[in-house]
Ligand binder design. Structure first.
Ligand SMILES: Nc1ncnc2c1ncn2[C@@H]1O[C@H](COP(=O)(O)OP(=O)(O)OP(=O)(O)O)[C@@H](O)[C@H]1O
Ligand SMILES: [Mg+2]
Length: 234
């Protein structure tokens, strides 16, 4: 479904992605793990078109995304939940969700998806008229995920959904990610919480200073000495 081939991304003189190649197959949960500054967010922004590679290819369902505008990439089926949530603080929960569907015209489909988001996140239904800036961190994460789902993505990009959340909420968010995947959405998950990410993913890539240093089956990686030492605290 998604293929990155030898992608190089720069911020001015900073070489942030150094020849990244990876694949996400339809139906999978793939996780990209790595420490601060490894290039995880840069990778997601490059897929969603917010950053452009200097060279290399980003292909989605066989088409090159190089010259496609970010909103067109959303319309083609890729939606990103950015790091740090970034909900619109002065808008209500409903208004944020409606914005997620702004490229769609199928009113009945939008209504159905809104219902589905409220089923996944009952808390959002309780808070639907509340200003988003007054939601708790966990609720804002739910809203950011709900908003991304409102564009009906085939591929959902999640940038550190567990960041700053209490352990019980982390568990809940990860179980909802599994549920979203089970209902047909392919997922590329970026995480510093390698333990949780590897526990729900099919496959994983390990990123270190802009390079992929390890990849493979998530369970096998979780069991490998290298990953345990570097990312799982022994
Ligand atoms: N706008 C920018 N301008 C210059 N350098 C940047 C910019 N954004 C990111 N970088 C650099 O690119 C590298 C990769 O950053 P990126 O945000 O992708 O890391 P990350 O893996 O998401 O880290 P974290 O886990 O802390 O979110 C870092 O060295 C960072 O300093
Ligand atoms: Mg990041």
């Amino acid at each position: 479904m998604l293929v990155l081939e030898d992608v190089n991304v720069y911020y001015g003189a900073i070489h942030a992605l150094k020849g990244i190649s990876l694949e996400v197959n339809q139906g999978e949960i793939v996780t990209l793990i790595g420490s601060n500054g490894a290039g995880k967010s840069t990778s997601l922004k490059t897929i969603s078109g917010l950053l452009r590679p200097k060279d290399g290819k980003v292909m989605f369902k066989g088409a090159d995304l190089a010259s496609i505008a970010p909103q067109t990439i959303v319309a083609q089926g890729i939606s990103q939940v950015p790091e740090g949530r970034r909900v619109f603080a002065n808008m209500t929960v409903i208004e944020n969700l409606e914005l997620g569907a702004y490229l769609r015209k199928d009113k009945s489909g939008i209504k159905e998806d809104m219902k589905r988001v409220y089923e996944l996140f009952p808390r959002l239904l309780e808070r639907k008229n509340q200003l988003s800036g007054t939601l708790s961190g966990g609720e804002q994460q739910m809203l950011a995920m709900g908003r991304a789902l409102m564009s009906k993505p085939q591929l959902l990009l999640l940038d550190e959904p567990s960041m700053g959340l209490a352990p019980i909420l982390v568990k809940q968010i990860f179980s909802i990610i599994k549920e979203i995947n089970a209902s047909g959405t392919t997922i590329l998950l970026v995480e510093q919480n390698a333990h949780m990410a590897l526990s729900i993913a099919n496959r994983a890539y390990v990123l270190e200073t802009g390079k992929i240093v390890l990849s493979g089956d998530a369970k096998q990686l979780a069991a490998s000495e290298e990953v345990r030492k570097a990312y799982l605290g022994g």
